[in-house]
Design a protein around this ligand. Structure first.
Ligand SMILES: [Zn+2]
Length: 120
């Protein structure tokens, strides 16, 4: 699953969907190697996850930004938006690392055990 955070502009309310490629996250935050991140990014692009997230964002009127190409954005109203995750305490370090590591894992529901049939 692609890592995308939505930042609303504090002045005019325009929403920005910011895509954080794993290669970017791993190298900036040291949670993995760049090669590892690039491999996972390529898998997400190949699976259409990035394209789907982009379509979703644009369908809801958000501006799509790839943070690895555009680390800073200036809103149409002139306000500069800070895309550095480290400056957004809503995303705790541990949770962020966990969500990055869980990428691509699909959890299957565990089968419920039936109560033993009564014999006799
Ligand atoms: Zn704005």
């Amino acid at each position: 699953m692609a890592l995308v955070f939505t930042f609303p502009c504090g002045r005019c309310g325009q929403k920005y969907s910011i895509y954080y490629p794993k290669a970017f996250i791993y190298t900036v935050y040291g949670t993995g190697t760049r090669a590892q991140g690039e491999r996972e990014d390529a898998e997400e692009v190949a699976a259409g996850a990035v394209e789907a997230a982009k379509r979703n964002a644009e369908a809801s009127g958000n501006v799509w930004v790839d943070v690895s190409r555009q680390p800073k954005i200036t809103c149409t109203c002139g306000k500069n938006l800070d895309l550095n995750l480290a400056n957004h305490p809503r995303v705790p370090e541990r949770k962020r690392a966990a969500s990055v590591r869980q990428a691509g894992v699909i959890a299957f529901p565990t089968a419920q055990k039936r109560p033993p049939a009564s014999s006799g």
